[in-house]
Design a protein around this ligand. Structure first.
Ligand SMILES: NC(=O)c1ccc[n+]([C@@H]2O[C@H](COP(=O)([O-])OP(=O)(O)OC[C@H]3O[C@@H](n4cnc5c(N)ncnc54)[C@H](O)[C@@H]3O)[C@@H](O)[C@H]2O)c1
Ligand SMILES: O=C(O)[C@H](O)CO
Length: 386
């Protein structure tokens, strides 16, 4: 028998029971639910990661929908419990949903929401920050200052990599990968090589146009190349950032063989999902190649790091904060609440999950639609007419 978990209740007399497994930033998401006849129960347990049993206790025997987190294991046990409780929808407060067994959700007729778009620029900015921090050894130098070791300017002190004119490699040039590429190209005049299953036409057009602009102004134009293989990116690029989804095709995409073909002084950044890199192999590579540097937002066994990583001076590590700006986190809360509300109300699914801005206007009533349901087709949900 699962232990009851502590909750905070909003609008106790609401007709629909919605559970959020965590408190989320902002209040708009709470207002949107409670103004629409939802009784909202927010879990206030102090532990960071809830177990399946904790969530079963939260779902209870009547629940219309749940907003959950990427740290939770949403599979058949939870989806069948949600279905038995009368629920039809679960939304991750995240764009990535590798913590969700979508097949199990389909079997139980549960709609799965996620939060694309609102976090694209914020996440790309963090990947760009990690690229700079690793290339210019910012964390090492900061620690050196704080340790009182600085006794004067020296020609060799914390020499790092210049980005201008070098090549940025992007693996997974979707929303975030493309936004990151644009930042590095426009900001630092880097050339682009990318690998994706699909052609990133808008990104290619951007680089072409920016190259023409630079040339017209007497500067060296930037260039782009779509690589035929991931290996081409790894061999050629000076800074490589990983932005694919995590699935069977991208698990341990960076492995010992692929690390071995990268430049000895390359910078590798990961703000996608930890298991995209074989982290134990990465630690060995960092030990053997002190000029190879990484910037990591995500880890293979979060919240843990593989043994040895924390000791590596050539690694910059931050705790999965890539989407952590106030506007973005409030927007993610709003989108996940609207996914749940829209399904409960029987609204159709928004036709373009890449354009969720209409849901994010603070003072406007959002469109009557679920912003992003990843299994809409599989469970037969209609699309909104835009
Ligand atoms: N660190 C964070 O806080 C954070 C924040 C947001 C997103 N993410 C992660 O970033 C991922 C990408 O988000 P997005 O909004 O850009 O998604 P997206 O769907 O727009 O982009 C993902 C891209 O990966 C490509 N891809 C899929 N399989 C591939 C493969 N085998 N090789 C190369 N490319 C492949 C897809 O074609 C697509 O273009 C999310 O799934 C999530 O896991 C992490
Ligand atoms: O997938 C996501 O959205 C992130 O990991 C958290 O923002």
């Amino acid at each position: 028998m699962a232990k009851p978990v502590s909750i905070q209740v909003w609008n106790p007399s609401g007709k629909y029971r919605v559970v959020s497994t965590k408190s989320m930033p902002g209040t708009r998401w709470i207002r949107l639910l409670t103004d629409n006849d939802c009784r909202l129960e927010i879990c206030t347990e102090h532990k960071t990661i809830l177990s399946v049993d904790d969530i079963l206790a939260l779902i209870g025997d009547r629940c219309d929908g749940v907003i959950g987190q990427l740290t939770e294991d949403w599979g058949d046990v939870l989806f069948s419990a949600l279905k038995r409780a009368g629920g039809t929808v679960f939304s991750n407060m995240a764009v990535g949903y590798n913590n969700v067994d979508v097949e199990a959700a389909n079997r139980n007729g549960i709609a799965i929401g996620n939060t694309p778009g609102v976090l694209t620029e914020t996440t790309a900015e963090l990947a760009a920050s990690l690229s700079l921090a690793a290339a210019r050894r910012i964390v090492e130098a900061d620690q050196f200052m704080r340790a009182g070791l600085y006794d004067g300017w020296l020609p060799h002190l914390f020499v790092g990599n210049l980005l201008k004119g070098q090549t940025v490699g992007v693996i997974g040039a979707g929303r975030i990968g493309s936004a990151y590429a644009r930042m590095m190209i426009e900001g630092f005049k880097m050339n682009l090589i990318y690998y994706d299953l699909y052609q990133a036409t808008r990104l290619e057009n951007f680089v072409t146009a920016y190259g023409q602009f630079l040339k017209a102004n007497g500067e060296e134009p930037v260039t782009w190349k779509r690589a035929a293989t991931m290996e081409d990116v790894l061999r050629e690029a000076d800074v490589i950032s990983l932005h694919p989804v995590l699935d069977k095709t991208t698990y341990h995409l960076i492995n010992p063989e692929r690390l071995a073909i990268m430049k000895k002084e390359a910078v590798l950044v990961n703000a996608s999902r930890g298991p995209v890199i074989d982290e134990a192999a990465l630690v060995e590579h960092l030990k053997a190649n002190p000029m190879f540097r990484v910037g990591l937002d995500v880890f293979e066994d979060e919240p843990y790091m593989k043994p040895g990583l924390a000791d590596m001076k050539n690694a910059v590590v931050v705790p999965h904060i890539a989407s952590a700006s106030k506007w973005t986190r409030e927007g993610m809360a709003t989108l996940s609440a609207l996914n749940v509300l829209g399904k409960i109300k029987g609204y159709p699914v928004w036709g373009n999950p890449n354009q969720v801005e209409p849901f994010l206007q603070e003072n406007l009533t959002p469109p009557p639609a679920c912003p992003s349901i990843v299994n809409a087709k599989q469970i037969g949900l209609p699309s909104a007419k835009l």
